[in-house]
Design a protein around this ligand. Structure first.
Ligand code: V55
Ligand code: FE
Length: 494
């Protein structure tokens, strides 16, 4: 029996949707730029079956992928589940067999022996969706990516990279170098549950693994995202901890621990495990990065950063929680690691006092290069909010996108409306050759008043001007983790 009544988050706008769908020629307001030829793809977390444990993380829900296919000003929409091993097993059993987030010891006895031995079989492909090497794939950091058919979003199966990818895990944030076309990707807990092995790979344009580096983390933690420069790879390690003992005790995979330090690993590209240098400092929370660059002997990283536990479903063990004095929320911050210095510390600057959200995006053509702009979402409590139509969420909806200028010329803001809440923004260049920042900011807005989702399109250089166009869906979409724009010539769409 499917019963979501124990789950307090399964109400209202983000109540489970659970269906696959196709909408031909979506409703549009405004005018979609004809140059937008490609697809916006996104992945949401959505339970096929309710969780076995009410205190579980939404990160343990199945992946529901969606595509808005744009051509000549019209948009077709498709949404499909990622048919992972786990999704198929649950559907065959007609119930939730899998226990807590990344803890196979809490799985149903009928599968537990296998999932403890091969925890990567539990992966959900629910975090990010990207193309590289002519393939479209959805990812989660605890197992292999799943390749999808770019036309239908049907699941093709786990990716193997010709057998040369040896980590048991992948990441939701591989980085594609726009100069070489290479993908830098990695897995942590690479050799099994709570292992501190990190395997890092370079995959060429053709999708073949060309290098592997194996090294160890200073402690086992969530390495959700990295950053690359033309010369280095930066690996943030902070704040979460796990152990086999913890997992055997039946607890959720991660605990926050405010007593842990932050480390930034700096590995030269093309280097070996012995070349990695760990810079250490006070605890920060950096689930996502904006970008990084190498300037002489300095490696500079910008990111949306906080100082406290971002995830209430991964609480601290007694005594390890955040002190009451800790700064809450995220800010645009810059970190500098000086390779010429003998010190193993890093320096930190808060670039803007404006509180922001946890997502951080740039014009992806500038990954690893010297970018000027960063994009994120934030809550502006001073904007109008229509409580009568959208409910009692004043000050809690994410009503704006922001563009911050790293050269110091301030921020600009897009406001989604007085009944709307926004997910992660994605930058789409106007054309392949347009300069940095010349293009559109797009993403999904939840229309709380009309209980439907809308894809908003704003001019990234004129955010204050509001929408260029909106694509209106006749239903709600689940809570997005990440989305990306795929230029039309990346894949053979029909
Ligand atoms: C994140 C999301 C995940 C996960 C680990 O947003 C980190 C961060 C949707 O799953 O497993
Ligand atoms: Fe992420």
């Amino acid at each position: 029996m499917v019963d979501f009544s124990r789950d307090p988050t399964a109400r209202g706008f983000f109540a489970p949707e659970r269906f696959e769908s196709r909408v031909y020629d979506c409703e549009v307001t405004g005018e979609i730029p004809k140059s937008l030829n490609g697809a916006f793809v996104r992945v949401a977390t959505e339970w096929l079956y309710p969780p076995r444990y009410p205190h579980d993380s939404i990160f343990n829900a199945d992946g529901l992928v969606a595509m808005f296919r744009f051509r000549n000003g019209i948009v077709d929409f498709t949404e499909r589940w990622v048919h992972t091993v786990r999704w198929k097993n649950d559907l065959a059993a007609r119930r939730q067999l899998y226990g807590l987030y990344r803890n196979p010891f809490t799985d149903d006895p009928s599968i537990r022996e296998e999932t403890i031995a091969k925890p990567y079989l539990r992966t959900l492909a629910n975090t990010n969706i990207l193309t590289h090497g002519g393939k479209l794939f959805a990812m989660k950091e605890d197992g292999p990516p799943y390749e999808l058919d770019p036309e239908t979003l049907a699941t093709r199966g786990p990716m193997t990279f010709g057998g040369k990818y040896r980590s048991e895990t992948f990441s939701a944030h591989p980085k594609i170098d726009p100069v070489s076309g290479e993908m830098i990707c990695y897995g942590y807990e690479a050799t099994g549950l709570a292992s501190n092995a990190i395997f890092l790979y370079t995959v060429n344009r053709a999708g073949e693994v060309t290098s592997e580096v194996r090294f160890e983390a200073p402690y086992v933690s969530m390495i959700h995202d990295i950053a690359i420069t033309q010369k280095h790879i930066v690996i943030p390690v902070f704040g979460f901890e796990t152990s086999l003992a913890r997992l055997k005790a039946g607890k959720i995979h991660w605990a926050w621990n405010a007593k842990l330090p932050t480390y930034f690993g700096v590995l030269p590209r093309g280097g070996d495990a012995k070349d990695i240098r760990w810079f250490k400092g006070p605890l920060r929370e950096m689930v996502h990065t904006f970008n990084a660059r190498t300037e002489g002997e300095k490696v500079i990283l910008e990111a949306p950063v906080g100082e406290s536990n971002p995830f209430p479903f991964f609480p601290a063990d007694p005594g390890n929680g955040d002190p009451p004095t800790v700064k809450r929320g995220w800010h645009v911050r810059r970190y500098t690691m000086d390779l010429a210095s003998r010190s193993d510390g890093f320096t930190e600057e808060i670039l803007y006092s404006q509180p922001i959200g946890a997502f951080g995006r740039i014009d992806d053509r500038y990954i690893s290069l010297d970018n000027r702009y960063v994009y994120t979402q934030f809550t502006d409590p001073a904007r109008p909010f229509d409580e009568a139509r959208a409910g009692n969420l004043r000050g809690r909806v994410t009503n704006c996108y922001a563009r911050f200028d790293l050269h110091g010329h301030g921020m600009s803001t897009y406001f989604a409306g007085d009944t709307h809440s926004l997910g992660e923004p994605v930058f789409v260049p106007r054309s392949a050759t347009s300069p940095e920042g010349d293009g559109y900011l797009i993403g999904i807005a939840s229309n709380l008043a009309e209980m439907r989702s809308e894809l908003v399109i704003a001019d990234a250089a004129r955010l204050e001007a509001g929408d260029v166009a909106r694509v209106i869906l006749p239903f709600r979409l689940g809570s997005q983790v990440h989305g990306n724009w795929l230029a039309g010539d990346h894949l053979a769409f029909t």
